[in-house]
Design a protein around this ligand. Structure first.
Ligand code: PHE
Length: 343
């Protein structure tokens, strides 16, 4: 019986010193398993003298019961410990500030477009958008650019079929507005994306954005055009930047002008961005050609007006000091998030 007490103490000691459930499980197999020490004691029963068998059997059973109880007790303690450790490691700090979702910024082109639209709405203009896929009729013919006109070569673009193409200028919207409104007065701006065959470089892209204005009425003076364009240029760039008007040519306006702004990169000395000229073209404009008015259904002896076309990219580049037009189209938030409206 002495033997069993020693074993009992050993089991109690071993179970007590088990550090985790794995170690405890190994000890259970060693003592309480089918081939464990207690099972092998049971097997010794056959060699025990008959009269001692009941006492021996009883003692082994008692040992087994006690060892099982010790095991259960220790198992529960270790499980509790494991649970506590897990709860501690998974503790949630409700006082931590939440994670902010990453909000995207508007592309600077949209910021400039919004600003220009607001500006024109303030001047009493209506904003009209049109289709990007347009008829050759409104993109060219009605703008006094017939099929064989050399001006087409500059814009010869993305045709879907011989009569339909992706609009090469927002003038295509204007020509439709003219037809719809004739013979009434008009005061609209038409913003949108345009497409044309062009070399992609720091200041050109085959796809870009424009906003065009069109004012038609009785005796609209050319000084209104000049006043309007001056107002827009000063609103967008402030007083510091220089502006110049150059005589130009567009088939749908007569006379025509081009408006340049002094280069923001070099201040007008000449650099790669302005191709050494010191100036960047931002705007084409002019008095609407009488032929254009007639084709749309106006009496050009009674009604006249002006039109202008602004390149949104150019404005955005000047306004924000961006040196490469291609930055606008990558939609990289590291770029976009730097811009906000100035007004
Ligand atoms: N349609 C011209 C362009 O695409 C711009 C323009 C518009 C010029 C209106 C004069 C009047 O470049």
């Amino acid at each position: 019986m002495q033997n069993f007490d020693e074993l009992k103490n050993q089991i109690a000691q071993d179970f007590a010193s088990a550090q985790d459930l794995e170690a405890l499980s190994a000890l259970r197999i060693e003592y309480l398993g089918k081939k464990g020490q207690i099972a092998s004691l049971m097997k010794q029963m056959k060699s025990v003298p008959k009269e001692e068998k009941p006492a021996f059997g009883q003692a082994v059973n008692d040992l087994k019961t006690e060892a099982s109880a010790l095991f259960e007790e220790k198992k529960q303690a270790l499980e509790q410990k494991a649970l506590e450790a897990r709860l501690a490691s998974e503790k949630i700090d409700l006082t931590l500030p939440g994670r902010k979702p990453a909000y995207a910024n508007l592309n600077p082109l949209h910021l400039v477009l919004q600003e220009l639209e607001d500006l024109f709405i303030g001047l009493g203009y209506q904003v009209i958008e049109g289709d990007e896929l347009v008829e050759d009729l409104y993109c060219f013919e009605r703008a006094n650019i017939p099929k064989d006109h050399p001006a087409r070569a500059m814009q010869d673009s993305l045709y879907i079929d011989p009569e339909h193409l992706l609009r090469t200028h927002t003038t295509a919207i204007q020509m439709k507005v003219l037809e719809e409104q004739a013979p009434n007065p008009i005061k609209v701006v038409c913003p949108g994306k345009v497409y044309r065959r062009d070399d992609d470089d720091a200041t050109h892209s085959h796809q870009f954005m424009q906003i065009e204005g069109l004012v038609i009425g009785e005796h609209v003076p050319l000084s209104d055009l000049k006043g309007t364009l001056e107002f827009v240029a000063r609103k967008m760039f402030g007083q510091n930047r220089e502006i110049r008007f150059r005589p130009s040519y567009f088939p749908f306006t007569e006379p025509s002008v081009e408006v340049d702004v002094s280069c923001h990169m070099c201040g007008g000395k000449g650099c790669p961005t302005c191709k050494g000229t010191g100036w960047i073209e931002i705007l084409g404009a002019g008095e609407v050609h009488p032929k254009v008015l007639k084709m749309a259904g106006y009496d050009s002896t009674k009604m006249n007006g002006f039109a202008f076309g602004i390149g949104i990219e150019r404005i955005a580049m000047l306004k924000y000091g961006i040196d490469d037009i291609r930055h606008f189209y990558t939609n990289d938030q590291r770029f976009n998030k730097n811009f906000d409206r100035f007004d």
